[in-house]
Each structure stands twice: as structure tokens, then as C-alpha cells.
Write a protein that binds this ligand. Structure first.
Ligand SMILES: [Zn+2]
Length: 284
């Protein structure tokens, strides 16, 4: 987003609110978040009450943006700093908010990214794809690489000149990783892996499987997995920079990195503003 446009948006709470409302209500057509009825009446406090189910709601009820205590202009500033990859502590200083408030809002952004990633999970990767696993958290002494204890295994699929799909997996056994590869990669694709034997069955699953032996040569013509290895090393540097990521939050951060990679040529600010204006899906 153009900086001058951004500055106009954050000029006041009203301008920021107007921008966000544009994502919340198409053509300003409001409806009850609970039953979708378009019939409601206004309450004295500015909210609306559904004429059908009686549910009272305001402009952001039920949406991600309604979580936390930020004003619309504060949200937009936070999204900008998120786009610029500032640490939560630096954001708190810049925004004059408490660390806890900023952290909660950042978690909300990450959760909205997570939900979108789940919604897009059905779209397949194809053509020439790289498949590889890695381990995060190498500080601890002990066994390195595959099978190392106390590390978080990650599994990734990267479509050359396309999208990446990464996730935390319980283990990197054949059943787990092949199962994921089969559900995410289009049949008939060329799949590049290293010589790890768990990938051997790929050729029986409808793929052309090409292996690269890192011990012998780093790349052999088009047979290389540098794209995904590049992603992993970027992700690992990022994790070190944002130290103190807890293991149970880690999947959320990995999806953020997937999001950043997949939208590398797009305007992340606008996309996140849109995500935050979505309704939070029901858990049940
Ligand atoms: Zn209703």
C-alpha cells in the first residue's frame, strides 16, 4: 500500500473505521451476525438489534477485529508494523500499548491467517514440486537431524515459482509425510526429494519421483531442492530473530511464514485488514 494512502487511513479513528467497515459490510448492507436477517432496529447506544432473533450487535461483532482492545486506527498501525516484521516489544513501544495487548492482537492476526490457510488447504500444488522435512529448535545438544529429540519436525511442499505449504508434523515417518504429500500434490507432478528412503513410495502413488543425493552433488540439472531448503533456512533465521516462541504456538508462526512467502508479491497490509474483518468461525 502506498504510504500516503496509509497515512490518510490512520489520520483518525473515523477514517480507519471507514476503511475497515468497507471490508465488513459489502455496499454497507448490514445483517445480523447470528441469523443473517437484514431486519433490525437501532439501539440508543449505537448498536443494532436483530428484529428476528433479538441479537444485539455493533459493526465489528463476531469478527477477528473485535478481539482485543484496539481502536480501528491502532489496528491499522499494528498491521503496518506486522507487515514490517517488527518484534512485539518494539511494536508495543511504537504504539504506546502494553506488551500483553500487542501480543494478544498479534495472536489474533496469526489465527486469522491460520483459518484462511485451512480454508485454502484443499487447493493442490502441482507441476514441479519439492518435498522435504526439517527440524526446528537446534539449540539443544544431542542427535542432530532426523530423529533428534526435543526438536519440532516440520514438513513442507514447495511448488517451483509458486506456493509453499508447510506444517508442524508429529513425526517424519513414511505414513505421515507420504499421507500429506498425497493429499496436497496433484497426481502426475514431478516430485523432487532428497535420498531419504521414506519418499521412495512416491513413485507408486502416481508421481514422477526424482531424488538428489546431497552427499555426492548438490544439484544435478533440475534435480535440486534448493527452493524449499531456502525457505527452511529463512524460516529458521526468522524463528531465531523472534526468540521465545513457545512450542505450542509454533504451528501458528509457521503458517505466518507460509503466508508471507505465498503473498510475497502482494500487498500484505490490505490482505490482513480483510482477514481481520472476517467473522471468527464457530468452533463447534
Ligand atoms: Zn438475528
Amino acid at each position: 500500500m502506498d504510504l500516503s494512502i496509509y497515512e490518510r487511513l490512520i489520520k483518525s479513528e473515523t477514517s480507519a473505521r471507514k476503511y475497515l467497515l468497507g471490508f465488513c459490510w459489502k455496499n454497507q448492507q448490514r445483517f445480523c451476525p447470528r441469523c443473517r436477517s437484514r431486519k433490525f432496529y437501532r439501539l440508543k447506544d449505537g448498536r443494532r438489534r436483530c428484529a428476528r432473533c433479538g441479537y444485539p450487535f455493533h459493526d465489528f461483532t463476531g469478527r477477528w477485529i473485535n478481539r482485543g482492545a484496539l481502536r480501528p486506527d491502532q489496528w491499522l498501525r499494528l498491521i503496518k508494523l506486522f507487515e514490517l516484521e517488527l518484534s512485539a516489544r518494539k511494536m508495543a513501544v511504537q504504539l504506546k500499548l502494553s506488551y500483553a495487548t500487542v501480543y494478544k492482537a498479534l495472536t489474533t492476526i496469526r489465527q486469522s491467517i491460520w483459518v484462511h490457510a485451512q480454508q485454502d488447504a484443499g487447493s493442490l500444488l502441482g507441476g514441479e514440486v519439492e518435498v522435504d522435512e526439517t527440524y526446528f529448535g537446534g539449540r539443544r545438544k544431542g542427535k542432530r537431524g532426523r530423529g533428534a529429540a526435543g526438536k519440532v519436525p516440520g514438513f513442507g511442499i514447495l511448488e517451483r515459482q509458486g506456493q509453499v505449504s508447510v506444517e508442524v508434523v508429529p513425526n517424519v515417518q513414511a505414513n505421515t509425510v507420504l499421507g500429506l504429500a498425497i493429499t496436497k500434490v496433484r497426481r502426475g507432478s514431478i516430485v523432487y526429494t532428497d535420498r531419504y528412503r521414506i519418499y521412495d513410495a512416491l513413485m507408486f502413488c502416481g508421481y514422477r519421483h526424482l531424488k538428489i543425493d546431497h552427499g555426492k552433488h548438490f544439484s544435478r540439472g533440475r534435480v535440486y531442492i534448493n527452493g524449499l531448503e531456502g525457505f527452511w533456512s529463512w524460516a529458521k533465521e526468522w524463528v531465531i530473530k523472534h526468540h521465545g516462541i513457545s512450542a505450542h504456538r509454533f504451528p501458528l508462526y509457521l503458517k505466518e511464514l507460509e503466508f508471507r512467502y505465498n503473498h510475497r508479491d502482494q500487498d500484505i497490509f490490505t490482505i490482513i485488514a480483510q482477514y481481520l474483518c472476517d467473522f471468527v468461525p464457530n468452533r463447534d
